[in-house]
Structures are given as structure tokens and as C-alpha cells.
Design a protein around this ligand. Structure first.
Ligand SMILES: NC(=O)C1=CN([C@@H]2O[C@H](COP(=O)(O)OP(=O)(O)OC[C@H]3O[C@@H](n4cnc5c(N)ncnc54)[C@H](OP(=O)(O)O)[C@@H]3O)[C@@H](O)[C@H]2O)C=CC1
Ligand SMILES: Cc1cn([C@H]2C[C@H](O)[C@@H](COP(=O)(O)OP(=O)(O)O[C@H]3O[C@@H](C)C(=O)[C@@H](O)[C@H]3O)O2)c(=O)[nH]c1=O
Ligand SMILES: [Mg+2]
Length: 294
């Protein structure tokens, strides 16, 4: 199976590379700027055509949630127009596409985990740009999966786990929001789920295209996530700090985050046979990897 992946140095792209390197049946071709630039749609089809791939994964995105509030044009260029252009180029090559989307397409007012058919209503520019991307991908290529995930962390790139470890090295107490809940997701687990999805869609006769959720099992708040990460770090001899739970109203950010963005992942489990491990286990593994790196 040959998979073309947009993005070379992102958390998901690097996690897919790690997993693919351990699987002789998978060859990944990762494409990035300047050869493939989602904000320059003309670069996309030629770069993908050169890959001779069986499937395309769009792992590139504008992910700076707060910056997007004052940079909507750039966020939409990459996450909406760019994503649609990737899906369209894949369709032109006769290939299915897997687009990654986010829990931030929801407003967070639901009292239960969101399933794939729940009404969307983004409360941030980033969320709106990703929702527009979902629509653009669906319109451009009927053979699409839109995989929504959430709260992604990994040994790679920038993420909440690395931020907490860094801050714990600088302060005794970290004030962290406790009234936003979700599913922390290891990008390595997400990569496993996506490769399971890729194998499934390439089977002859597959026709269950559409939206799926794949996120870590179990849920917590950002404060609960931080407390677990720092406890694991302390146990392993790394930096630790006390976590003071605070309401979101005490932590001012440019973008509004949903108060509940838990995802119900049953559909992916049924169709792709993949269920992510519990977030506590996967985040402990990533913490240990991060500590042995330095
Ligand atoms: N991070 C999270 O918590 C979550 C992420 N998601 C989604 O998951 C997907 C993967 O996210 P993640 O790996 O964390 O993101 P990262 O921010 O780690 O990586 C984003 C990647 O996109 C690339 N990129 C950005 N702009 C362009 C562009 N104009 N042209 C080509 N490449 C570009 C970057 O390239 P370079 O390395 O060269 O800068 C980078 O490789 C995204 O679709 C994101 O929206 C969904 C839910 C949660
Ligand atoms: C650094 C820090 C953050 N926070 C809060 C702010 C916010 O409510 C929450 C998470 O902050 P971050 O900025 O790390 O996370 P954020 O960028 O909102 O993460 C999101 O990224 C995009 C790409 C997604 O798609 C989402 O699923 C989600 O993972 O933690 C604190 O309370 N204390 C702190 O010291
Ligand atoms: Mg391989």
C-alpha cells in the first residue's frame, strides 16, 4: 500500500512515518512545502501525481487555534480551500482521500460524546475553517473519509504535553482550565487508526465513505490531562508541578474552546476494527519518550 501524505514535520505526519517504517506492507511518501503548499493549490496535483499512490492522507493544516482568530484568511486558505484542492487532486487521480478534522467543529453544548451525525457549530475561526474543509473535501471527492480527532499530542512537534513539561520546569504551580473536557489522543494511536482505515477502504467493494471519529479512549479536562502528565513525569524523574484547576473564564485566549468536545468513536471501531488505548496509558508512554529524549 502506497500512501501519499501531505505535511512532513507535523505530529501526525511524523507518527504515520514511524508506524509505516515498522510495517513492510506500507510505503509513505510525505510531501511538504515548497513542493506541495496547500496555500498554493497549483502545487498540489503535480506533487500528488508523482507519488503513484493508492490513497492520499491530508495531514497538513493550519493548527494555531488562537492565531487563526486574527488570521482567518490564512486558516481558510489551508484548512478549507487547500483541503478541497487535495481531495480534488486525489479524485483526478482516481484515489480516495482521508481528511483529518477536529472536535472544534462542535460548540460543546452537548451533554454527551458527539457522534458523527451530531450538529456542528464551531465557536472558533479554526473550527469554522476545518468545518469548511470537511464540506470542500466531501464535495470534491465522493471517495473520502473525514476522520475527526481531538487534543492530539505526541513526541513530535508542538503540543499540550510538551507545553506542560516545559512549564513544570519553570514553575511550582500551573493554572489549568478544568471546565473543558475532551479525549486526549496520541498521534501514534491516531496513525494506527488511520492505517486501519486505509486498509479497510482499499478493500474491494468498500462503500462506507463519510465521517468517523477516532480519539483516545476515556476523557478528562485539560487540568486532569496536565495533572496526569506531570504525575507520570515526576514518577519517571522528570519535571513536575502542582496543577491548580481554574475555570476557562480565568484563562483568557483569543479563541473560544468548546466546553465538551468528547467524541463517540464506536463507528470507527465497528468499520475499521480500531479502538484507541486509554489516554492515560498512551500519554504516559509519550511522557517517558519525551523524558528519555533530553
Ligand atoms: N493538534 C491537535 O490537537 C489536533 C489536530 N487535528 C488535525 O489533525 C491534523 C494533523 O495535525 P497535527 O499533526 O497536530 O498538526 P501540526 O501542526 O503538528 O502539523 C501541521 C502540518 O501542516 C503543515 N502545513 C501547514 N501549512 C501548510 C501549507 N500551507 N502547505 C503544506 N503544509 C502545511 C506543516 O508543515 P511544516 O512542518 O513544514 O510547517 C505541518 O507539517 C490537522 O488536520 C489538524 O487540524 C485535529 C484535532 C486535534
Ligand atoms: C498552556 C496552558 C493552556 N491552558 C488551556 C488553554 C486551553 O483552554 C487549553 C488547551 O490549550 P492549547 O492551546 O494547548 O490547546 P488547543 O490549541 O486549543 O488544542 C486544540 O488544537 C487544535 C489543533 C485541535 O484541533 C483541538 O482538538 C485541540 O487539540 O488549555 C491552561 O489552562 N493553562 C496553561 O498553562
Ligand atoms: Mg514500510
Amino acid at each position: 500500500m502506497r500512501i501519499a501524505v501531505t505535511g512532513r514535520h507535523g505530529q501526525l505526519a511524523l507518527s504515520l512515518q514511524e508506524r509505516a517504517a515498522a510495517d513492510a506492507g506500507i510505503t509513505l511518501i510525505c510531501l511538504g512545502r515548497p513542493d506541495l503548499d496547500l496555500s498554493r493549490p497549483g502545487t498540489i496535483a503535480p506533487a500528488l501525481a508523482a507519488c503513484q499512490a493508492d490513497l492520499v492522507i491530508n495531514a497538513a493544516a493550519y493548527t494555531a487555534v488562537d492565531a487563526a482568530e486574527s488570521d482567518a484568511e490564512a486558516a481558510f486558505a489551508v484548512n478549507a480551500t487547500g483541503a478541497g484542492a487535495v481531495a480534488s487532486a486525489a479524485a483526478g487521480l482516481g484515489l480516495p482521500v482521508i481528511q483529518i478534522s477536529t472536535d472544534y467543529v462542535f460548540d460543546g453544548s452537548a451533554g454527551a460524546p458527539y457522534c458523527e451525525t451530531a450538529p456542528t457549530n464551531p465557536v472558533s475561526v479554526y473550527g469554522a475553517s476545518k468545518l469548511a474543509g470537511e464540506a470542500a473535501v466531501a464535495a470534491a471527492n465522493p471517495r473520502h473519509l473525514i476522520i475527526r480527532t481531538a487534543w492530539v499530542y505526541s513526541p513530535f512537534g508542538a503540543n499540550f504535553v510538551k507545553t506542560m513539561l516545559r512549564l513544570a520546569g519553570e514553575r511550582d504551580t500551573l493554572r489549568v482550565v478544568d471546565d473543558q473536557i475532551g479525549n486526549p489522543t496520541s498521534a501514534l494511536d491516531l496513525a494506527d487508526g488511520m492505517l486501519a482505515a486505509a486498509r479497510t477502504v482499499l478493500q474491494p467493494g468498500f462503500d462506507r465513505w463519510g465521517v468517523y471519529n477516532i480519539a483516545g479512549s476515556g476523557s478528562t479536562s485539560w487540568a486532569g490531562f496536565a495533572a496526569h502528565v506531570l504525575a507520570e513525569s515526576g514518577r519517571a524523574g522528570g519535571p513536575s508541578a502542582r496543577v491548580e484547576p481554574i475555570p476557562g473564564s480565568d484563562y483568557v485566549t483569543a479563541a473560544t474552546r468548546p466546553s465538551n468536545s468528547r467524541l463517540d468513536c464506536a463507528r470507527a471501531e465497528t468499520i475499521f476494527g480500531y479502538r484507541a488505548p486509554d489516554w492515560r496509558q498512551s500519554s504516559a508512554e509519550v511522557v517517558r519518550r519525551l523524558l528519555t529524549k533530553v
